[in-house]
Design a protein around this ligand. Structure first.
Ligand SMILES: *[C@@H]1O[C@H](CO)[C@@H](O)[C@H](O)[C@H]1NC(C)=O
Ligand SMILES: *[C@@H]1O[C@H](CO)[C@@H](O)[C@H](O)[C@H]1NC(C)=O
Length: 390
């Protein structure tokens, strides 16, 4: 019997060998299919086990309270007395309370006053699956030559970027193994286990999907029923979290993770609580989707979307509480133009006024009351400014 650790070692090794072989093939001739063929069997030959994706959370230095409680539980065990049953999650303590699904911090210090965010009790406490994530190199908003090209970036906690599966190409049932936090987006993630092959992947968590649910991807079309079998019932097909082409989705359905091209990845409606609505679809040509900005746009009917809305919808009600919380997310302070000096901003200089000038951006163009999308585009049915004026 191979231990999970040993299996992991062999998997790494075989992946390494495959990569080396692929590199060799590449050096001789630019044969992309050969590279893919060399990689594919190695990945399938070593399916991941559930034990390999469970990460422990390590407490580096046990706190005093933790040690005290542990000693107390040990003493209870020694005496043979029943252990205390802690109800979970705790809904209130000295520092915060849970109201609805929001964790609201009590005013014990200026920074915790008004601080609130959606609860995260349901999320996995350990780190991400290592082979589905990669460490992020932070740029501080600088480009390759070292000049600031994006303002207000820098600092912040170290992040691991999760490789989210925006394609959902693999058909077949997937089980939701656990729900996870993602530092790089406002939504949450589901860790999926593909039941036939035991492959793991991340998707954005749709509203109402929970651990143990079975999700499907009908991206390559709805399968034909075999001889003498009933077709898949509609309630099972059009289920929250299933992915399918726009032409297979009933009109009026709420969708998210919407692709823009046949065979392309999900690009629209991916942040917390957002969704679009399918207004029109056909067997070929273009479908019409109303996006959250109330813009109606044309999308090829072969493009894919996931049923439902993105989860973590309470994200819009969060309050950071203090500037330092934003700094830890990697955002630097934003200063008003009026508070700058004359060389730094068109509003700068003088005292307390921008001197009867029309509002301008830092680069000099007029900034309030302008349409930002001027051109009439072929894919816009109702542009957002005209939809909003109705
Ligand atoms: C980096 O940004 C500076 C300032 O905008 C620009 O002059 C330079 O060409 C940029 N370098 C690259 C490699 O894009
Ligand atoms: C982080 O997420 C955003 C979408 O929210 C995405 O555009 C960006 O590429 C992600 N960053 C990385 C490094 O993957």
């Amino acid at each position: 019997m191979i231990s999970p650790r040993g299996l992991l070692g062999t998997a790494r090794l075989s992946l390494g060998l495959a990569a080396a072989a692929a590199a060799g093939a590449h050096a001789r001739a630019p044969a992309a299919p050969a590279v893919a063929a060399a990689m594919a069997p190695a990945r399938l030959a070593q399916p991941l086990l559930l034990t390999q994706v469970r990460h422990k959370t390590f407490r580096k230095t046990p706190t005093k309270a933790y040690k005290k409680r542990k000693a107390w539980i040990e003493s209870l065990k020694a005496k043979g007395e029943p252990l205390p049953q802690q109800e979970y999650p705790v809904l209130e303590n000295k520092f915060w309370k849970v109201v609805g699904n929001m964790k609201i911090y009590k005013s014990v210090s200026p920074g915790s006053t008004n601080r609130r965010h959606a609860t995260r009790f349901h999320l996995h406490k350990g780190s991400a699956v290592w082979r589905l994530s990669v460490g992020k190199r932070s740029t501080g908003g600088r480009n390759r030559t070292g000049r600031i090209t994006v303002r207000h970036r820098g600092g912040g906690h170290k992040k691991r970027i999760r490789n989210v599966d925006f394609m959902r190409t693999v058909p077949g049932p997937c089980e939701v193994v656990r729900l996870e936090y993602d530092p790089n987006r406002s939504g949450e993630l589901c860790l999926l286990r593909h039941l036939p092959t035991n492959e793991f992947s991340y998707i954005i968590r749709p509203q109402g999907v929970n651990t143990g649910d079975i999700l499907n991807s009908y991206r390559s079309g709805i399968p034909e029923p075999a001889e003498g079998q009933q077709p898949i019932p509609r309630s099972q097909l059009v289920k929250v979290g299933n992915c399918m082409m726009l032409k297979d989705i009933p009109v009026g359905t709420q969708i998210h993770c919407i692709g823009l091209h046949p065979g392309g990845r999900a690009q629209l409606c991916r942040s917390a609580g957002t969704s679009g609505q399918l207004l029109f679809t056909d067997n070929e040509g273009m479908a019409q989707v109303r996006l959250s900005s109330s813009e109606v746009r044309l999308i090829p009917v072969e493009a894919c979307a996931t049923i439902g809305a993105v989860g973590n919808e309470l994200h819009m009600h969060r309050n950071w509480g203090k500037a330092g919380a934003r700094r830890r997310k990697g955002w630097r302070p934003v200063v008003r133009g009026i508070a700058m000096s004359a060389h730094a901003h068109p509003h700068g200089g003088g005292s307390k006024s921008k001197g009867n000038k029309a509002p301008r951006s830092i680069w000099g163009w007029k900034t309030k009351g302008w349409k930002t999308v001027r051109r009439k585009r072929w894919f816009l049915v109702t542009p957002k400014w005209s939809a909003k004026n109705k």
